[in-house]
Design a protein around this ligand. Structure first.
Ligand SMILES: Nc1ncnc2c1ncn2[C@@H]1O[C@H](COP(=O)(O)OP(=O)(O)OP(=O)(O)O)[C@@H](O)[C@H]1O
Length: 269
């Protein structure tokens, strides 16, 4: 995909994730203040905001790993706090997560890493698990011989792909990617973005991507939400971001870094 194309997706009305009126505080430090956000099926949402704004906190709250002081998280239409344990387990199985620093277990091979969620949630014969894991490894564009390698034997780009294979292990409906291209060179990052778009197109996947990567926002994301002042400040298409007069959004999308990428010219009507 070129820099001038934006991703396309078939719009769906199904809201896969709804975070409504979310407040999170640690002690008396409020991080998220009555924040609301929705994501529809098949969409790639890019979630941006200054460092320390609370992007990871929101992600962890959505995943049920942080306590919240107010609000409701609905996944696939279900209020996650109002479900039985078994329903919650079924919902968890429909989520894939690639944490920013939680790459891979270093003592396990790639194949074994991909099998971690399978072992946790499914009871499958070893041979079948091997076959399924190999399929995921192929799906993310890794060569078959990567399966028996340890993370220390892989490049940064391969590690991200292996972590993505693990996030896809249970065929989730939505994947949460926390800065998936950070630390990658621009070419590897662009290839990773292309992979995410391809997976969305072929697997009807919904993608929630926390990112600082302007290239990813322009080439892979259908919609962008900006976190600021403890809320979603602005949300919309990349064109909406380029038109926004909100100071942080303006400097992020039309500032020096954006101009270096020759992106700011797109802000012209
Ligand atoms: N468990 C916790 N206890 C106390 N404070 C926390 C905790 N987790 C996060 N914070 C604070 O919440 C704020 C938001 O952190 P968060 O990691 O969500 O930022 P971020 O937007 O993801 O930043 P970055 O882009 O740098 O990853 C920070 O001030 C952080 O110190």
């Amino acid at each position: 995909m070129t820099m001038t194309e934006t991703a396309t997706y078939s719009e769906s009305d199904e809201i896969v994730l709804s975070a409504h009126d979310i407040t999170v505080a640690f002690g008396d430090k409020v991080i998220l203040d009555h924040l609301s956000l929705e994501i529809r099926r098949g969409e790639i949402l890019g979630f941006v905001g200054a460092s320390g704004a609370g992007k990871s906190v929101l992600l962890r709250t959505i995943l049920g790993l942080n306590r919240k002081q107010s609000g409701m998280i609905r996944l696939f239409g279900v209020d996650v706090e109002e479900t039985s344990d078994i329903e919650r387990l079924k919902i968890d199985m429909r989520l894939g997560v690639l944490f920013q620093h939680g790459a891979l277990f270093s003592a396990l091979t790639v194949l074994e890493n991909v099998q971690v969620p399978m072992r946790e949630y499914l009871d499958l014969p070893r041979k079948l698990m091997d076959e399924l894991a190999l399929l995921k490894i192929e799906l993310v564009g890794l060569p078959p011989d990567a399966a028996q390698k340890f993370p220390s034997e892989l490049s940064g780009g391969m590690i991200k792909r292996a972590a993505l294979a693990r996030a896809l292990a249970l065929d989730p409906d939505i994947v949460f990617l926390d800065e998936p291209t950070s630390g990658l060179d621009p070419i590897s990052a662009a290839e990773f973005d292309e992979l995410v778009v391809k997976l969305r197109d072929t697997m009807d996947l919904t993608v929630y991507m926390v990112t600082h990567d302007l290239d990813s926002l322009f080439t892979a994301c259908d919609r962008v939400a900006v976190l600021g002042n403890k809320k979603v400040l602005v949300e919309g298409t990349i064109e909406d971001m380029l038109k926004s007069e909100e100071p942080w959004v303006k400097s992020y999308f039309r500032g020096k870094r954006a101009r270096q990428l020759d992106l700011a010219s797109r802000a012209q009507p």
